[in-house]
Design a protein around this ligand. Structure first.
Ligand SMILES: Nc1ncnc2c1ncn2[C@@H]1O[C@H](COP(=O)(O)OP(=O)(O)OP(=O)(O)O)[C@@H](O)[C@H]1O
Ligand SMILES: O=P(O)(O)OC[C@H]1O[C@H](OP(=O)(O)OP(=O)(O)O)[C@H](O)[C@@H]1O
Length: 249
């Protein structure tokens, strides 16, 4: 009996893309990588559907929330995905109790688009004392959409970090007396300024990353790698055209 060396191909090569603010830039990269079906997504209009097949490119696109791209890729719903480094940092680390234990998604490339930074911010009055406060015994209430990043960056020292999880409008938390500081993404800094907040500390810069399902990389290599190469080439071309956005404030 012949021993199969590859699993049967159950579906087209599947790429999970982030809906929302990054989609137009990411879709533009995909178009330049030969995925014509991504063209309507580059306009900023509402996507026509959540699943788009590109028969010519042999690629299926799934449109999911940026925070869900990692799950689609890690759990095998997509072979490849594009999402922010912020999402990958938040998903990094031990699997929380009760979660399906997923093999890690592999980070393959920095695509340059969607630049922003993860920062600690708070009221202007607290900026001067932040470097000291951060390392003092006592409690620090942190409002954030990124509880694991916040804990990893600020915990582990003498200060006791109390995370208040929020899903958005994080800048309101210090104004409402809910938290001392926030950990959130900053790009232009406009939202902070509008609410009288300042950046205390940058935790890490973030740009869109290409990630792969670990098994797809091994078992569908001939299909996966050419697309990876085309996306990387499109990203380099984009950077050359001035497509790389500065993430420093
Ligand atoms: N100024 C910014 N603020 C927030 N995210 C940004 C910014 N600039 C780039 N990004 C990237 O865009 C992603 C968030 O996109 P978007 O704001 O459309 O989704 P979201 O509403 O935060 O996500 P979800 O729908 O899952 O709640 C981030 O993960 C980050 O990588
Ligand atoms: O530095 P800026 O250019 O102002 O961008 C940063 C803001 O954008 C994001 O919020 P978003 O618009 O996604 O809304 P949200 O608060 O509902 O998450 C982020 O959470 C900041 O609030």
């Amino acid at each position: 009996m012949e021993v199969p060396t590859r699993i049967p191909t159950p579906r087209p090569l599947t790429l999970a893309l982030p809906k929302g603010r990054m989609l137009p830039e990411v879709a533009d990269l995909c178009v330049r990588a030969g995925i014509a079906a991504a063209r309507p997504l580059a306009t900023g209009e509402e996507p026509p559907a959540l699943l788009l097949d590109d028969a010519d490119a042999g690629v299926r696109l799934l449109l999911v929330r940026p925070g869900d791209v990692w799950s689609y890729v890690a759990f095998g719903g997509a072979d490849l995905g594009i999402t922010g480094k912020d999402v990958l940092e938040e998903m990094a680390g031990p699997t929380p109790p009760g979660w399906l234990d997923a093999p890690a998604a592999v980070e393959l490339a920095d695509l340059g688009v969607g630049a922003c930074r993860m920062a600690v911010a708070g009221p202007a009055a607290g900026a001067a004392t932040w470097p000291w406060r951060r390392h003092q015994p006592g409690r620090l209430r942190v409002a954030t959409k990124y509880p694991r990043c916040a804990r990893r960056a600020l915990g582990g020292g003498p200060v006791e970090v109390e995370v208040i999880p929020l899903a958005g409008s994080v800048e309101l938390a210090p104004l409402a007396g809910l938290a001392d500081v926030i950990v959130d993404l900053v790009a232009t800094g406009r939202t902070l300024r509008t609410h009288g907040l300042v950046e205390y500390e940058v935790l890490f810069p973030s740009t869109a990353r290409l990630i792969a399902n670990e098994a797809s990389l091994r078992l569908r290599e001939e299909a996966v790698l050419p697309l990876v190469e085309r996306l990387e080439a499109a990203a380099r071309q984009g950077a050359g055209r001035g497509g790389e956005r500065a993430c420093a404030g």
